[in-house]
Design a binder for this molecule. Structure first.
Ligand code: XIL
Length: 348
């Protein structure tokens, strides 16, 4: 009887242990569920489920999507008055069907802008075209887009205005006009300014001034996107932190958008066959310390979006030079979670 009792107690202790809920999250979106939205950029094969292994990663680990290309002006309106929404529609529907927060990228950008827009030199005509574009695109998806990158990459690193067709013929007011118009078209969407090198002092000051200007004029801006096209060393965690705080102090949320960490020295392609273990470890450490920083500032950061599902499809394999083999993302060419994913999950 005594032995039976002891066995029962031991069994109970053992089974109670077994049932103890494990605190450790198994997916990225679960890990940061109470901190920020976890997003990923997707391409057509992924949001149409043709590359099903990649689609499954999106559904398992992320709760937000950005179209890597499908919403850019060049594709939506290749010729004046010609609109092709087929891909953008499929992208948005994929997001709605799977309960993902859909990010609109991007309304105004100098790159991937159709030739016919570049050719316009009259300010009134350009304003008209800009408004028509915003009305058509933001209007079509009204109520379904969580937030729009209204303006993308308007400044140089030193904070001067980039010499785009919009700045050239409409002056710096094109930014406030675009934000105001986007809000009037879809008042439920958040509105963002998005750029790279957002840790550079000159650009940071210019973006802070732009935020103040919009706010002084009562024009909606919810957040800035710091594109995270970074590498193993740069920018420093200190510079990233200083910038997160500076943007927050200006009165907006911060999003880390377009996160990818290149492991390649500029203009070289040393890891064509495989990534050496010591570099892979460095990459994991880098991702871990970045996510530790994001987690520390989770009250300021509303979203973190990685720029692609897996290494095989990263734009960095062709940028800044074509035909390289980079390893910047969280999943490898065989759709397996890389050590970076476990390093990030191990923060908890
Ligand atoms: C890139 C895409 O990843 C590529 O597929 C495309 O060829 C060029 O554009 N900043 C941005 C993104 O805001 O839209 C860019 O995406 C990367 C830089």
């Amino acid at each position: 009887m005594k032995y039976l009792y002891i066995i029962c107690v031991l069994l109970c202790v053992y089974s109670c242990r077994e049932e103890e809920p494990t605190a450790k999250p198994h997916t990225l979106k679960a890990a940061f569920a109470n901190s920020f939205i976890m997003g990923v950029a997707v391409n057509k094969a992924q949001y149409t489920s043709k590359e099903i292994d990649a689609t499954n990663i999106v559904l398992k680990h992320f709760n937000s999507i950005t179209a890597e290309n499908s919403m850019k002006w060049q594709y939506i309106s290749p010729q004046q008055s010609v609109f092709d929404f087929a891909d953008a529609d499929a992208f948005v529907n994929f997001g709605i069907e799977n309960n993902l927060k859909v990010i609109g990228h991007t309304l105004l950008w100098h790159s991937q802008l159709p030739e016919w827009v570049h050719a316009i030199t009259d300010s009134a005509e350009l304003r008209n075209i800009m408004y028509t574009h915003i009305d058509s695109v933001a209007g079509r998806y009204k109520g379904t887009i969580h937030g729009w990158d209204v303006v993308n990459e308007a400044f140089h690193n030193d904070g001067s205005f980039r010499d785009t067709v919009f700045y050239k013929y409409m002056g710096q007011a094109f930014i406030e006009e675009a934000f105001a118009r986007a809000h009037s078209v879809d008042s439920s969407a958040e509105l963002y300014y998005n750029d790279y090198n957002m840790t550079f002092e000159g650009k940071r000051n210019a973006v802070v001034d732009m935020i103040h200007n919009l706010k002084n004029k009562n024009i909606r801006i919810d957040a800035v996107g710091m594109q995270g096209h970074w590498n193993l060393e740069h920018p420093s965690l200190e510079d990233i932190e200083t910038s997160i705080i500076a943007y927050t102090n200006a009165g907006v949320d911060v999003m880390i958008t377009e996160l990818d960490i290149s492991v390649l020295p500029r203009d070289e392609n040393p890891y064509e066959q495989e990534l050496p273990e010591h570099i892979e470890n460095k990459l994991s450490e880098r991702y871990k310390s970045l996510f530790q920083l994001f987690y520390k500032h989770r009250n300021k950061i509303s979203r973190v979006t990685v720029w692609g599902v897996h290494d095989g499809q990263s734009w960095l394999n062709n940028h800044p030079t074509e035909g390289r083999t980079d390893y910047p993302l969280l999943f490898d060419r065989n759709y397996e979670a890389k050590n970076c994913v476990y390093a990030i999950l191990n923060i908890f």
